[in-house]
Every structure is written in C-alpha cells, then in structure tokens.
Design a protein around this ligand. Structure first.
Ligand code: NAD
Ligand code: WQD
Length: 341
C-alpha cells in the first residue's frame, strides 16, 4: 500500500513515516520544508533501512500535487502539513487560514480528481475549545478554540464533514492529538523547533542542554493540584503508531464511508511542575525555572478520554512519562542543534 504523507519531514510526520515503513507501507513524503529539514528523512531511511520518495512542494500548489497523484498510485493520504504555532497564528492569521484551511482544501480537491478517498487528518485537542469539560470525548460538540491555529483545525474538521456528506466514497479519519512529546528511542530523530520553542518540552530540553537560561512556568495559581496547568502528554512514537492503527482500521472497514474522529492521548493529566521534576530525574540535574505570568489562552487542565481509540483502533499509548523524558533527552543531548549538522 502506498501512502502520501504531507508534512512528513516534520516532527510527528517523520516518526510516523518510520512506523509506516516498519509496517511495510510504501511512503511518499510531500513537504515544503517551511518548518523542517530533509535531514529527518535521511535519518528515517537509515533507521528503517528503506527508501522514502521525497517531493519538495507546497500543498497549495495543486498542479504539483496533481503530478504526484499522476506519477504514483496512492492508496491513502496522511495529512500533517500545517503551520502550528499558536501565538504566531494570532499575529498572522491569514497565513494560518491560507496554509491550514485552503491548503487542505487544495489537497482534498486533488484527491477527489484522482479518486483517492482514504484520508487521515492531524487534528488536535484544541478543537474541544473552552466550552467542554474534561475528559474530552469525541461525542462532544466542536468548541471555540482561543487561537486562529485552533480555529483552522475546527474549520478543516467541518470541511471533512461536509465533504463526506456530499461524497459517499470519502473515508476520513480525524486524529485529535493531545500533547505529543519525546523522540524515537534511537535519539536520531526528534522535535527541532526553529527559534525560541513555544512548547514546554523543547524549552525544558534546551534549558537542560544550556541553550536557554531558565524555564518560565506560565502560572502556578490555576485550580489544579499544584497550581500549574495539566496536559495529556503522549509519546510521539505511540502517536506515530496511532496513525498505523488508523490506516489498518480503514483497511479493515472497507464498508466505511464518512468521517470518524479519534482522540489520541493517554487519558492522564500531568502538571508542568511534574514534567519538570520528571525531566530532572531523567537527567539527574536541576532545571532552573521561575514562575511567570499565565500565558493568554491556556486552559487550566485537559486530557483525553481515549476509550474509542483503545477499542476501535486497538491502540493504546503505552510509553511512560519517564520514557518520554529519557527519549527527549537522548535526542536533545546528542543533537544540541537539532538537524543542523
Ligand atoms: P511540524 O511543523 O514539525 O511539521 C509540519 C510539516 O509540514 C513541516 O515539515 C512543514 O515543513 C510542513 N508544511 C507546513 N506547511 C506546508 C505546506 N503548505 N506545504 C507542504 N508542507 C508544509 O509540526 P508537527 O508537530 O509535526 O505537527 C504535524 C501536524 O500535527 C500539524 O498539522 C499540527 O497542526 C498537528 N498537531 C501537532 C501537535 C503538536 O503538539 N506538535 C498537536 C496537535 C496537532
Ligand atoms: C504545555 C503546558 C503551558 C511552555 C499546544 C497547542 C495545542 C497542541 C499542542 C497543536 C502549558 C506550559 C509551556 C513554557 C510553560 N498543538 N508551558 N512554559 O499549550 O498545551 O498545547 O501544543 O495542535 O493546540 O495549544 O502545549 O507545550 O505549549 O504547553 O509553563 O515555556 O506548559 O502553559 O500549561 P499546549 P505547550
């Protein structure tokens, strides 16, 4: 089976490509490298001992995309390509809607033209917005996220629903990721943010390696056990395997058409202070931090009800917080400058 992976050179994409190769899928990566490096693909190929077809291109470029569908017989698309910085999305919202919403529409149009109907979309826990109580479950209504980034994910989920209504051949899966962290256990691939990291784990890892002075913990006065925010952190390799499980699910259910959403998370909330402690334990060193003001838009706590994915996809997030920390550190300490070799 041949799978087109948009955004496959990025953080989650590269780990998923590795899992796909290990499960005997053929992979074509389509990525414009706006937030990634081709080096990730070279390393994935070495780890898997298999080749990946790489095409540099933008999902908004329908002509180029069309050529890819003409050149290869594609059975399914896994769509990671998107811009993902929550703060930046408020500064340049039009770029986010263009890239994430229009870009997805372009991809879906080209898929329709070439009669490719299997589609797996990188959605996010952010689609539950501010209205829903925790744990988040797929039967809840889509909420109102606090950022244009989050809104772009809600919009795409709506687009997929409407497309499925209009085309009974369409077979879509929205995977709603919670907070993916960690790296492949080899330490060869991992998260390589450009500039100052927005997310917690890359920031902690850069403090640990001496690239940043100290971590700012955004608020210790939330209504949680220790006052810091709680999130459902899951290992990126568990998440990668969730995509293989979703493809297998589509293959098993040849009668299925429509769109189905699945939460991919562990089902547990872990606080920022607990993450810092776990990282300190993994590296046997203190992480300098200070408590700073709350970050606009942060919710106090959310985690997944992952029962649907556990049962239907036969998938479970298995790796522990300790392993997430150890693998993050292996990647960061052996690649202090990421893929810049
Ligand atoms: P990433 O930035 O590492 O990967 C995204 C990839 O898409 C990059 O390689 C980038 O170069 C590529 N890309 C972006 N715009 C493109 C375009 N127009 N055409 C072609 N390629 C393009 O991000 P990631 O963390 O791997 O996230 C992957 C997906 O998962 C994204 O859709 C993101 O919104 C979603 N997601 C991420 C998280 C998270 O915490 N990392 C959580 C929930 C959902
Ligand atoms: C985690 C916790 C921060 C950095 C984001 C997106 C979400 C999804 C995953 C894509 C929060 C705290 C962070 C720091 C801190 N992405 N923190 N100091 O905000 O839960 O989710 O990524 O879909 O849509 O919003 O993740 O890693 O940024 O933050 O104290 O320097 O760490 O306040 O509580 P978040 P995060």
């Amino acid at each position: 089976m041949k799978v087109l992976v948009t955004g496959g050179a990025g953080y989650i994409g590269s780990h998923t490509v590795l899992s796909l190769l290990e499960n005997n899928y053929d992979v074509i990566v389509y990525d414009n490298l706006v937030n990634s490096s081709i080096e990730s693909i070279d390393r994935v190929e070495k780890l898997a001992g298999k080749k990946v077809e790489f095409i540099e291109g933008d999902i908004c470029d329908k002509e180029k995309l069309s050529k890819v569908f003409e050149q290869f017989t594609i059975d399914a698309v896994i769509h990671f390509a998107a811009l993902k910085a929550v703060g930046e999305s408020a500064q340049i919202p039009l770029s986010y809607y263009q890239n994430n919403v229009y870009g997805t529409v372009c991809l879906l149009e080209v898929m329709q033209q070439h009669k490719v109907h299997n589609f797996i979309f990188s959605s996010s826990a952010t689609v539950y917005g501010e209205e829903n109580d925790v744990p988040y479950v797929e039967t809840m209504k889509l909420g109102t996220p606090s950022s244009p980034y989050g809104a772009s994910k809600v919009m795409v989920e709506r687009v997929l629903g409407d497309l499925a209504q209009s085309n009974s051949n369409f077979r879509g899966v929205s995977l709603r990721y919670f907070n993916p962290i960690g790296a492949h256990e080899s330490g060869q691939i991992g998260e390589d943010p450009k500039g100052i990291p927005n997310n917690l784990l890359p920031y902690v890892a850069q403090v640990a390696v001496g690239k940043r002075e100290k971590l700012g913990i955004f608020g210790d006065d939330y209504p949680t056990k220790d006052g810091s925010c709680e999130r459902d952190y899951l290992h990126v390799m568990d998440l990668a395997q969730g995509h293989v499980a979703a493809l297998d699910w589509l293959n098993r259910h040849s009668e299925f058409s429509g769109v189905e959403a699945f939460n991919l998370g562990t089902g547990n909330g872990v606080s920022v202070f607990a993450i810092v402690k776990a990282f300190e334990k993994a590296i046997d060193k203190k992480i300098p931090f200070e408590v700073s003001p709350r970050r606009t838009g942060d919710l106090p706590a959310f985690w997944a009800d992952a029962n649907k994915a556990n049962k239907a996809l036969n998938w479970q997030a298995k790796r522990s917080v300790e392993q997430m920390m150890a693998d993050t550190w292996r990647w960061q300490s052996t690649n202090p400058n990421g893929y810049l070799v």
